[in-house]
Design a protein around this ligand. Structure first.
Ligand code: ARG
Length: 597
């Protein structure tokens, strides 16, 4: 609290500073300053302070009020209830403070002085498999967290822990060896930046992989001898046999062409160097198991290497162990994740490990984290967190499936979202003066934005319904509502191109201007909260509220027909900062804000 009062900080911070200097004996006590309906802010910290000092809270509150230097940020202050302070700030303070923040590229959002290194595990589809809505959630939430964390100054290392290893590759590779003509089907690597070629290549790659997967699975289930050969192939793969590995690599490469085409469609920047799949930890697995066994953290049970926990029991009351090595010697998902922890803490120097993974894997992560703690790989000062997300539901409230009961292909969903959004954009296109290529481009940004925003605007842990009609609706808590709010400001600014936005702290503010101004003031604090709590939905909610303030502002405060040139400049200043805040916030969520819509 005792930070240096500066104009670049927020009104909120300035009020807190003013309170602190009115009562220096309070030291670093938290004034518990919150926005309030009764005044602009309410400070509740006096109560705790009085209790500690065995003083009368109302008297202490009166001392604070008496000690305040008047004429500063605080315009009015009154003691209420048992010792709360109701505080009204001056219009001048609001505009002045916003102006200082507007002059800053970061919009006055402070850098977290305690920033560390977060290794974030997100966007982790599986090789040779279609991506589904679960992979969408991990990718969308993870990408937003990357941006939000980096904006606060956190060092972020991205890890896409793709499923690129496991017994299913024995079956796939063996099938390929026995059906060599399949090798002729290979999607051409698209040139960088060619979205259409990427899309076509992705489709082709996935259709090849799907065909192989289905055919080899059918053979595996029907033919005992093939099954035996497939299993022997797994052993070859694990032993690093060259031909086997080369074929495995083909599956990985082909899948990556597909993954990138989907990430492209999602307007998401995934880098090859950050894809370190399960296979990336193969060299560490044996050692991980050895260390666990030697330290006694894991024990042999029926031949398998297991870690036991008192708190995790199956329905039969028997303990559910974490199996790090199966009785046949095979390493599983857990051994890989434990090795990844060793790598991320030891080599990447993570202070935080963040996993954006389906809530249905929560038990796995609890056990993995606890095991790593026991083994000393996760020590005090290093935190491991699963940002667990809920299930995507269909309109019927059940896990999202096609009518035939199959998993819905992510690409189909995205295409449909873009189609619907393009129709919405087209309806308004004439009025906005959009050309056909602009309609197409905006349709993409609105459609993809709608899907991302729907995912990000409810708390990650909750399930949500995938409802395209709602997602592209112009009214309500949708991305397109926010995108229109942004574009409308830009349109006003284009019409008033000769007038530069300029803050006028001397002008009195209308209620809607104050409300919007104070909401803008809270941006920095909001970002810090969203980062600390891994809660992108808080940012979404903040932006939606900002757009709602803007709607109220338009009702009460004409910009084109302002009373005076100064008032017009000041209003332009307020909406310009609003547009920049919307644009920045949406950008952090991975959503574009077209200039014309
Ligand atoms: N590939 C997994 C899946 O599709 C998610 C991987 C999550 N990350 C991890 N480190 N286990 O469910």
């Amino acid at each position: 609290m005792a930070s240096v009062p500066s104009l670049a900080s927020s009104v909120h911070q300035r009020v807190a500073d003013a309170l602190a200097s009115a009562l220096p004996e309070a030291g670093a006590a938290d004034p518990l300053l919150r926005r309030s309906d009764r005044a602009d802010f309410q400070a509740n910290g006096i109560l705790a302070l009085a209790k500690k000092a065995k003083a009368n809270p109302r008297e202490l509150a009166a001392t604070v009020v008496g000690g305040l230097d008047k004429g500063g940020v605080i315009e009015e202050i009154e003691v209420s209830g048992p010792g709360f302070l109701n505080i009204t700030v001056s219009d001048r303070a609001i505009v002045e403070t916003l102006a200082a923040r507007a002059a800053d590229d970061r919009l006055g959002v402070p850098v977290n002085p305690d920033a560390g290194t977060t290794v974030i595990d997100y966007a982790q589809p599986n090789v040779a498999k279609e991506m589904h809505v679960g992979h969408l959630r991990s990718a969308v939430i993870g990408a937003a967290m990357v941006e939000i964390l980096e904006f606060t100054g956190e060092q972020v290392v991205r890890r896409h822990h793709i499923g690129d290893w496991g017994t299913q590759f024995g079956m796939l590779i063996q099938y390929l060896i026995e059906h060599p003509h399949e090798l002729d089907h290979k999607a051409a690597e698209p040139a960088a930046g060619d979205a259409e070629a990427a899309e076509a290549a992705g489709e082709e790659a996935m259709s090849n992989l799907n065909r192989l997967y289905k055919a080899s699975r059918a053979l595996f289930d029907a033919d005992e001898e093939f099954k035996t050969r497939a299993r022997a192939r797994v052993v070859d793969l694990q032993a690093g046999d060259e031909q086997t590995l080369a074929l495995w690599q083909r599956f990985v490469d082909e899948s990556k062409i597909y993954f990138y085409s989907v990430f492209d469609k999602l307007d998401m920047d995934i880098r090859d160097a950050d894809i370190v799949g399960e296979s990336g930890y193969n060299d560490m697995l044996a050692e991980t198991c050895r260390l666990l066994e030697e330290s006694g953290v894991a024990v042999r049970s029926n031949g398998a290497l297991c870690v036991f926990f008192d708190e995790y029991k199956g329905p039969d009351g028997q303990p559910t162990p974490l199996i790090v090595q199966k009785s046949d010697g095979g390493f599983g998902y857990a051994a890989t994740d434990l090795s990844a922890i060793r790598d991320r803490v030891g080599n990447l120097k993570a202070s935080t490990l963040l996993y954006v993974v389906d809530a249905r894997q929560s038990l796995h992560f609890k056990m993995v984290f606890e095991t790593a703690r026991r083994a000393g790989w996760l020590q005090e000062g290093t935190q491991a967190v699963q940002l667990a997300f809920g299930t995507v539901l269909g309109a019927d409230g059940k896990p999202f499936k096609t009518r035939e009961g199959e998993t819905v292909r992510l690409v189909d969903l995205l295409d449909e979202a873009v189609d619907r959004a393009t129709a919405v954009v087209r309806e308004k296109a004439e009025k906005a003066g959009l050309t056909e290529p602009e309609i197409v481009e905006n349709g993409r940004h609105v459609g993809i934005g709608a899907v991302k925003y729907a995912d990000l605007s409810t708390s990650a842990a909750r399930d949500y319904k995938f409802d395209l009609d709602q997602m592209v609706s112009l009214n309500g808590d949708t991305s397109v509502y926010l995108q229109y709010a942004y574009a409308r400001i830009r349109s006003i600014q284009r019409r008033l191109a000769d007038t530069a936005p300029k803050a006028h702290p001397e002008l009195p503010l209308a209620p809607a201007e104050r409300a919007m101004g104070l909401h803008l003031d809270a941006f920095g604090e909001l970002i810090a909260d969203a980062a600390a709590e891994y809660a992108p939905h808080k940012l979404a909610a903040y932006l939606y509220q900002l757009a709602s303030h803007l709607t109220a502002f338009y009702d009460q405060c004409p910009v084109m027909k302002a009373d005076t040139p100064e008032q017009q400049e000041n209003r332009l200043f307020l909406i310009d900062l609003t547009a920049r805040t919307l644009g920045k916030g949406m950008g952090l969520l991975g959503i574009r804000t077209p200039e014309r819509l």
